[in-house]
Design a binder for this molecule. Structure first.
Ligand code: MG
Ligand code: ZN
Length: 176
């Protein structure tokens, strides 16, 4: 299958060091919704793996997170596309879970859901933890310059990391 996995904050929507805590703060990056819709309409399954430690920190609740993801699905649907499985890690950094990136648990959940191997699947993120999660399960690490991407780029990256301006540029590449 044509599977693409995305980080959420800084890839699909604007990120904030103060967390995305409400539906009002969940604002898509320019061209991101359209890129997902274009990929979906071309037969790509676009799944999402997102760290949401703000849940553990009590900054927002699951209903609010669900509302953000319903909004994402709705916006992509308006453009004729579909969002695949969205998995989130609700834990904090000290909870010792296996899903919080750089751990690859969410990528493995997505692979299990679709019963497909992860080898070579592109995982797109804006943080070093995304790239490391990708490498841990032999996904192709892909960095976008949106969100924290420029900050991530200022340090050495894992060998073989692909770099794109944004999600729209990735869609352009995959849909060539
Ligand atoms: Mg991110
Ligand atoms: Zn977790």
């Amino acid at each position: 299958m044509k599977l693409l996995i995305l980080d959420r904050d800084g890839v699909i929507n604007y990120d904030s060091d103060a967390y995305i805590k409400s539906l009002d703060e969940w604002i898509p990056l320019p061209g991101a919704v359209e890129a997902i819709a274009r990929l979906s309409k071309a037969g790509w399954t676009v799944a999402v793996a997102t760290n949401q430690s703000g849940l553990a920190r009590g900054y927002y609740d699951l209903a609010t997170l669900d509302a953000m993801h319903a909004r994402l699905r709705e916006l992509v649907a308006e453009q004729g596309g579909e969002v695949g499985l969205i998995v989130h890690c609700p834990h904090g950094p000290d909870d010792g879970c296996t899903c919080r990136k750089p751990k690859p648990g969410m990528l493995q959940q997505i692979a299990a859901h679709y019963a497909t191997p992860l080898d070579g699947i592109w995982f797109v993120g804006d943080s070093r933890g995304d790239l490391d999660a990708a490498l841990a399960v032999h996904c192709q690490p892909v960095l976008v310059k949106t969100g924290k991407g420029e900050r991530t780029l200022s340090k050495p990256l894992p060998a073989g990391t692909l770099i794109f301006d944004d999600l729209a540029a990735i869609a352009d590449q995959l849909l060539l």
